[in-house]
Design a protein around this ligand. Structure first.
Ligand SMILES: [Fe+2]
Length: 220
């Protein structure tokens, strides 16, 4: 199969009636207090509406970006079932993303995975129910640049992610390195899937990946 990356025209440009925007994510939970507190902190969100079973949170001009509602008796989110894998939030630039990382670290919230996907540099956080929020910056200044990158060798070698130490990026920013330089990625080989955190792939697949890797090593 030939690899191509071509940004399609918008639905409106194609003369179609499509949604004006992606409005919100709604989460069901049995521990709404903890989940609301988590997203208020992570996203710098405020409550727009609240009753004993439902909260609307927003951080911009949308009346609610998140709806969180109470359902008793639920377990935590499982990665062993089909569904939403994560919800991603884009920051204006690397400086704002890293300052968010520092603020959250000071509040006791640490990322479960920090990786440079190639198109985005991303911090993944697990909420109290094990849903994943990805906080990211776009690496490429425009879509043309991203189109070219997606068909490059760097991305084909490792389309998953090159992990980074957030403290190293923080230190580089503090000493004045250019954001564009920090955002450059160099894949040093195919991604070893056993190094993807359990919080990201889920316990079941985490185990399967390990078993497969062990069997592979024995067969080689
Ligand atoms: Fe993502």
């Amino acid at each position: 199969m030939t690899t191509i990356a071509k940004m399609p025209k918008t639905a409106r440009e194609r003369g179609k009636i499509a949604p004006a925007k992606l409005a919100h994510v709604a989460l069901r939970t049995s521990q709404p207090e903890k989940v609301v507190k988590f997203y208020k902190t992570v996203l710098e969100a405020e409550v727009f509406y609240e009753n004993s079973n439902l909260t609307f949170l927003t951080y911009d001009d949308e009346h609610h970006r998140l709806a969180i509602f109470r359902v008793p008796g639920l377990g935590r989110a499982s990665r062993g079932k089909a569904g939403v894998d994560h919800v991603a939030f884009t920051y204006r630039n690397l400086k704002e993303l890293v300052s968010t990382y520092v603020r959250l670290k000071d509040a006791g919230i640490e990322p479960v995975w920090t990786t440079h996907h190639g198109g985005t540099l991303s911090f993944y956080y697990a909420d109290p129910d094990n849903n994943l929020a990805e906080l990211q910056v776009d690496v490429h200044k425009d879509v043309k640049s991203l189109e070219q990158y997606l068909v490059s060798e760097d991305f084909s070698i490792n389309p998953v992610g090159v992990d980074f130490d957030p403290e190293e990026i923080r230190a580089r920013l503090e000493r004045g390195d250019k954001q564009a330089d920090i955002l450059e990625r160099h894949a040093d080989g195919p991604r070893d899937m056993t190094t993807i955190p359990r919080e990201i792939v889920g316990s079941f697949h985490w185990m399967i990946i390990r078993i497969a890797a062990k069997l592979g090593r024995k067969l080689n």
